[in-house]
Design a protein around this ligand. Structure first.
Ligand SMILES: Cc1ncc(COP(=O)(O)O)c(C=O)c1O
Length: 460
């Protein structure tokens, strides 16, 4: 019905991106100001105390360690534990590359375990088979704001006397979940794209007080991050925040994308924490300004913001075509930190969405699948009661489903800032894109799917 709608009106461009900075301009400016304030030792002690009180809950009273980032606390834990070189650590096979790198730095062998993309839980049958006489620890990550059931992991660890490292970097959701008290260490991140960001910072909860004391003693020997170092990060994030969240910049960025200039990779490279010399760069204590912001942001944590994110994501999910597979829909708890979907042809899917004004992205995180160290080198000697089992082949050990997930994942621009009517529009766009892609599988080339989407946009 020509003339009923102006061209492109039915599908206006949606100026939202797959990652958000969960903060406000005034908070960024407040953080910048704190870098010029003189923080006394008493102030610093007060920030630390406030954080420790927030994180000490009745159901988990493990001691609390605020730090520069998750990787700092993880590295400290590994320094203190002093696992013998060559010991094996079983880890869920998706994480940022720095986590296995730190294990290798401590001369430990990385043994990835595959995960189920629906629950994001590790394959427990495989995990049990991967335990050998050299296994010392299990590292599980709760990905994308989903929280998995720790029970099976904890009971396996208890059975074989293994440490449990619970990577909660992506699932801060307030103080009703501060990690499982039985985990040896639970790690929370407040980096720039995390919920309740303090533009850096991490929290570790450590089960064994002796390990905790040793970590604190080592931590105290680290130089303190200067306020200038923290300020430098904030100054980088101000333009980024502006571009992502301050009108009219998101729309301008989208316009430039339509004209063939895509800034996303440049933006994302801005988000990389410590591009070089990782170990050297994480061995700092947090500046007082960072501690001050962590204490402020976390004490002001508002559960309704998190609920809003969940409701919007659930709403979008309920409007999606069933043919579009969403990651982690069967996980125990879902706070939807990101909205990952799996598609057969991710680049084509993104191009089709872009043709209809939706800005989805593959590289929104640094997450990757983790390959086994020395896949053809056998693992340590089997446990006594496993001796009769035939050893796992390299193929059986390989995390195929995690690789598949990373190779096919696309992050949708769905979050608490997107209005409901735009979520509806985005879901409609997904349906059209799926149909266009299905059509080309039968009738034509991939470029035809994009052309079809462009035509749809221009005709409506
Ligand atoms: C799963 C996971 N683990 C660990 C980290 C590291 O956190 P941080 O940047 O606080 O060191 C991240 C952050 O990107 C993450 O997503």
């Amino acid at each position: 019905m020509q003339g009923v709608t102006k061209k492109g009106r039915a599908f206006p461009n949606l100026p939202y991106s797959a990652v958000i900075i969960d903060s406000t301009y005034s908070r960024l400016l407040y953080a910048a100001r704190q870098c010029f304030v003189y923080h006394t030792q008493n102030n610093r002690a007060a920030y630390l105390k406030q954080l420790q009180q927030l994180w000490a809950q009745d159901y988990n009273s493990n001691p609390v360690m605020p730090c520069l980032c998750v990787r700092t606390a993880f590295d400290l834990f590994l320094q203190v534990k002093q696992f013998p070189p060559g010991s094996e650590v079983i880890m869920t096979a998706i994480n940022i590359k720095d986590m296995p790198f730190l294990l290798q730095h401590h001369k430990l062998r990385v043994v990835p375990v595959d995960m189920d993309p629906d629950t994001l839980e590790p394959d427990m049958v495989l995990m049990e088979r991967l335990v050998t006489q050299r296994t010392v620890a299990i590292l599980v990550a709760h990905l994308y704001g989903r929280i998995i059931n720790m029970e099976p992991v904890l009971s396996l660890a208890q059975k074989h006397n293994l440490s449990v490292i619970e990577d909660c970097a992506e699932c801060f959701s307030g103080f009703s979940h501060v990690g499982d008290p039985r985990s040896d260490i639970s790690l929370f991140s407040f980096g720039i794209i995390k919920f309740s960001t303090s533009f850096g910072g991490g929290i570790a909860k450590v089960r064994d007080p002796k390990v905790y004391e040793k970590m604190v003693a080592r931590h105290k020997q680290y130089p303190v991050q200067t306020c200038a170092m923290y300020l430098k990060k904030i100054l980088k994030y101000i333009p980024l925040y502006t571009i992502l969240h301050v009108w009219p910049f998101p729309a301008m960025v989208q316009k430039s994308r339509e004209m063939g200039v895509d800034w996303k990779d440049t933006f994302v490279s801005f988000l990389r924490g410590f591009p070089n010399n990782l170990v050297q760069n994480i061995r700092y204590q947090p500046s007082s300004a960072l501690l001050c912001i962590m204490a402020k942001v976390q004490s002001e944590f508002n559960p309704s913001e998190l609920a809003l994110q969940r409701v919007k994501c659930e709403y979008f999910l309920s409007n999606l075509p069933p043919s579009l597979k969403v990651v982690g829909t069967k996980s125990q708890v879902n706070h939807f930190w990101l909205f990952p979907v799996l598609v057969e042809k991710p680049d084509l899917f993104i191009s089709c969405l872009a043709a209809l004004g939706v800005d989805a992205y593959r590289g929104a995180t640094q997450l990757n699948y983790i390959e086994p160290d020395g896949p053809n080198i056998p693992l340590g000697p089997p446990l006594p009661h496993h001796e009769t089992l035939s050893p796992l082949t390299p193929d059986e050990r390989y995390p195929h489903r995690c690789r598949d997930l990373i190779e096919h994942v696309v992050y949708m621009p769905v979050n608490k800032y997107v209005p409901f009517y735009m979520l509806e529009q985005m879901a409609r766009v997904c349906r059209i894109v799926m149909l266009s892609m299905e059509g080309t599988a039968v009738h034509g080339s991939e470029s035809m799917a994009v052309e079809t989407c462009k035509t749809i946009k221009s005709k409506l």
